[in-house]
Design a protein around this ligand. Structure first.
Ligand code: SF4
Ligand code: SF4
Length: 434
């Protein structure tokens, strides 16, 4: 795509980066067929190509974006399906991240949007605050139909719908030592939402990794990866989270570190991008790039090491829901399926597995109508597989799909732990006892 940026505009590193991305786009439109919002809405401006054009115009003209432009950028899920499809290597992720930061800095949203976005940014990345919010949500559930009736309160209705019936008590993470011949030491990301919603994922990961011979450490001072605020366009908040985590992991490197393991693929995509996010900060750029290279999804790591013998959980039929941040963001497609198959499960993937389930961070709260349609579509495709269990690798996808499925939804690592000697995952155990 041709651009008309001035030399003065290109002296800004973020604009120069976006210009290089835009110029790579050759308008071929291949990406439109795999973009969930274009598939649903059929509007060119809700396609990757249309959004690239809108972003180009917005940045070139240094315009304050209109409500119409913001609407189409907001509707993007950041699922990155377009990046998997694009033959020209357009880095849409970096472009839309820049666009979101530009919108946040130049556009004044209606009061109710500002309020809900501020609440999300100040609640979700903090496990203590999130736990309190989820407990309060239990008492407000009856308000959901009333909230759903108004555009202003619709995000609140979506939050109430997504809130789980039970919230586990807070439990401090405990480092654990290898149980078999020691092979190395890893840091396990503590994360934010995952451990509040499903603490069993962390427990299964610790059991499995120590059984595989790894010491598991939790870094002091670490927190949310920053993805939630970064994708809301709150760049400074996102960068603050990234710097805090780089500081925490730097300290761990002194004790020997083989990898930073992540069990939520949405976090993994962002952490693997820390090198890019902090590229202009001389105090962090080098270590951020090194630590990004050390970040691995749990399935990516397990695929490279010897797993204990599987088969202890039987050959249940597993429908695998590939999170977008895993398949498009990190290009991890085979590892989860191969690991589950090797562990004795019969694994299949649904039709349209490249399409997002609609979770996408805070998308299922802020764009609940589109998210709901995508969630229903994903659940219907999964149900056609008639699975005994649904497995996925991202807490957002598990939460989005669980209420739409009759089969229990678990994390891939819970099944791998079970098949190699761990306990039955709680979501399955509670079904069996009913
Ligand atoms: S990130 Fe996903 S929703 Fe956004 S333009 Fe690309 S394919 Fe479409
Ligand atoms: S597939 Fe790539 S090059 Fe083609 S229109 Fe989409 S972003 Fe541009």
């Amino acid at each position: 795509m041709q651009t008309r940026f001035t030399p003065a505009q290109l002296s800004d590193p973020a604009t120069a980066m976006s210009e290089a991305v835009i110029r790579k786009c050759v308008h071929c439109g291949f990406c439109t067929a795999t973009c969930p919002t274009y598939v649903l809405l059929g509007d060119e401006l809700d396609s990757p190509r249309g959004r690239i054009y809108l972003i180009k115009e917005m940045l070139e003209n240094e315009q304050q974006p209109t409500a119409e432009v913001v609407k189409h950028i907001d509707r993007c899920l950041s699922c990155l399906s377009c990046m998997t499809t694009c033959p020209s290597g357009v880095n849409y992720m970096h472009l839309v991240d820049h666009a979101r930061a530009y919108i946040e800095a130049t556009y004044r949203r209606p009061w109710h949007e500002r309020l809900i976005r501020a609440v999300l940014a100040r609640t979700l990345p903090y496990p203590g605050r999130m736990r309190i919010a989820l407990r309060l949500a239990r008492f407000a559930r009856w308000l959901e139909p009333a909230f759903a009736a108004s555009a202003v309160t619709k995000p609140l209705a979506a939050m109430l719908r997504l809130a789980p019936a039970k919230v586990a008590a807070a439990k401090a993470p405990e480092s654990a030592e290898a149980r078999n011949t020691r092979k190395g030491r890893i840091v396990l990301l503590q994360g934010c939402a995952e451990n509040v919603l499903r603490p069993e994922i962390r427990e299964a990961t610790v059991r499995l990794l120590t059984r595989c011979g790894y010491d598991v450490a939790f870094a002091r001072g670490e927190g949310c990866c920053g993805a939630l605020t970064w994708h809301l366009g709150r760049s400074e908040d996102g960068l603050h989270s990234a710097r805090r985590n780089v500081d925490a992991w730097r300290r761990e490197m002194a004790a020997g570190l083989d990898a930073i393991i992540i069990t939520a693929s949405g976090c993994g995509t962002t952490i693997k991008d820390y090198g890019h996010m902090l590229r202009e900060d001389p105090a962090y750029a080098g270590d951020a790039a090194t630590l990004s290279d050390m970040a691995k999804d749990i399935t990516e790591f397990l695929a490279e090491i010897d797993l204990p013998e599987g088969g202890k959980a039987g050959a249940a039929k597993v429908g695998y829901l590939a999170p977008c941040s895993m398949q498009h963001g990190q290009k991890i497609t085979r590892a989860p399926v191969d690991l589950l198959t090797r562990a004795g499960f019969t694994v299949s993937q649904p039709a349209e597995s490249h399409l997002c389930c609609g979770s996408a961070g805070t998308y299922n709260i802020l764009q609940s109508d589109i998210a709901g349609q995508l969630g229903d579509r994903k659940a219907a495709n999964l149900a056609r597989l008639q699975p005994d269990i649904v497995a996925t690798g991202n807490i957002g996808c598990a939460t989005q799909i669980a209420s739409r499925m009759s089969a229990p939804v678990v994390h891939t690592v819970e099944l791998l732990d079970w098949a190699t000697g761990g306990p039955v995952p709680p979501a399955l155990a509670s079904r069996n006892s009913q």
